[in-house]
Design a protein around this ligand. Structure first.
Ligand SMILES: [Zn+2]
Length: 374
């Protein structure tokens, strides 16, 4: 990692990424590696008219064919957020038989729960919830906070993926349609969030800081993932990469057609995520995920750079809401204010300072993607 403190502030002239990403680099025009990479990859991942329609039709046919001996063609993880709601909406439109899956880690806002219930009712689709064991999950979340690493969402992201594969296997579903997509999420600095799949990292941090043993927390090691993808042939598909995806338009559609209600920010359907992204990350690490999100929207032509800069000036986390959330988070985690302040003030650490399988995983995925012809 570079020493950020000695680096003068610089912001990209094309997107709005800046030196708060310690690994950012700029070319002679002042354009950064993130938007440059985005435009390099866009032809591979962004919907492009007729060719895109053909690819989408072929994909839907493949999903239907794979599902013909099952009760469902696909699974959609619904968080209640825009992306996953729109995936469920479009999948239904394409005539897919959907099993909706909601991951409950105990942090969902009331509005999120209401949105999810509403969506499955309006779309008339079956629905499964996976509730994590709160005591185990809490212990793991506190472990990540105590470790002072930037990606404190690993306990959620890892369990969500593991539970998804588990349920797909259980219901003999071959396709999992994810809400992640290139048009609105293509940019994310590596140092802001380490790979949630790395089970060695997860277990390592838990071993150092955790107090109770895992009994039911869903783990996904590489062998397990290999079993699901090769033996069970479960595939994760980013449906939104196959259709024109403009966030504002999608939001309007789900509001009008499904009665979906807006939360006021990306991923704000979870109280922890809201607090984590709007306060913990910027305050403790200097990372503001809005920069990456808005930069992606600039690159995919959904907003202008000026609009993004205006957006950054807005206070999306009013002081009263922050105070309320902070109190709620501390109480729910079973900590006291002092313990929590110690965590907030502890020096940030890199994931590299803890056990991890980064090198091995990089190598394995390289071979694995080659085998799959990617
Ligand atoms: Zn840029």
């Amino acid at each position: 990692m570079q020493d950020n403190e000695n680096r003068p502030y610089q912001q990209c002239t094309r997107c709005i990424m800046d030196t708060t990403d310690p690994e950012i680099s700029f070319d002679e025009k002042g354009q950064c590696n993130h938007c440059t990479e985005y435009f390099k990859l866009a032809p591979l991942y962004i919907y492009d008219g007729e060719k895109g329609d053909q690819a989408r039709d072929a994909l839907i046919a493949k999903i239907k064919e794979a599902g013909k001996n099952s009760d469902y063609d696909c699974m959609v993880g619904v968080s209640g957020g825009v992306d996953s709601t729109y995936v469920a909406y479009m999948a239904k439109k394409f005539g897919l038989r959907i099993l909706a899956f909601h991951f409950d880690n105990g942090w969902n806002s009331e509005l999120a729960v209401k949105n999810v219930e509403n969506i499955v009712k309006k779309l008339d689709i079956d629905y499964q919830t996976w509730v994590v064991d709160w005591e185990e999950f809490r212990d793991l979340q506190i472990s990540f906070l105590k470790a002072s690493v930037a990606n404190a969402e690993i306990p959620s992201d890892h369990a969500f993926l593991a539970a998804t594969y588990h349920l797909c296997a259980k219901y003999n579903i071959k396709y999992f349609l994810s809400g992640s997509n290139f048009a609105t999420e293509g940019i994310l600095p590596k140092s802001w969030g380490y790979n949630a799949k790395d089970v060695k990292h997860l277990k390592g941090i838990h071993k150092l800081f955790g107090k109770i043993k895992f009994k039911t927390y869903p783990l996904l090691g590489f062998n397990r993932e290999f079993y699901y993808t090769y033996v069970k042939k479960i595939k994760m598909v980013r449906l939104l990469n196959y259709i024109p995806y403009v966030k504002e338009d999608a939001m309007k559609v789900i509001q009008d057609e499904l009665g979906w209600v807006y939360y006021g920010g990306k991923h704000y359907e979870s109280v922890f995520t809201r607090f984590f992204q709007a306060y913990y990350l910027p305050h403790k690490f200097g990372y503001d995920k809005r920069l990456a999100h808005l930069s992606t929207l600039i690159c995919s032509g959904q907003i202008t750079r000026e609009q993004a800069l205006e957006e950054m000036k807005k206070d999306t986390y009013p002081a009263e809401l922050l105070a309320e959330d902070k109190e709620y988070v501390i109480k729910k985690l079973g900590m006291n204010a002092e313990e929590f302040e110690t965590i907030l003030n502890a020096a940030p650490k890199s994931y590299q300072e803890y056990p991890n399988d980064e090198k091995r995983l990089k190598f394995i995925y390289k071979v694995y993607n080659k085998l799959r012809g990617r």
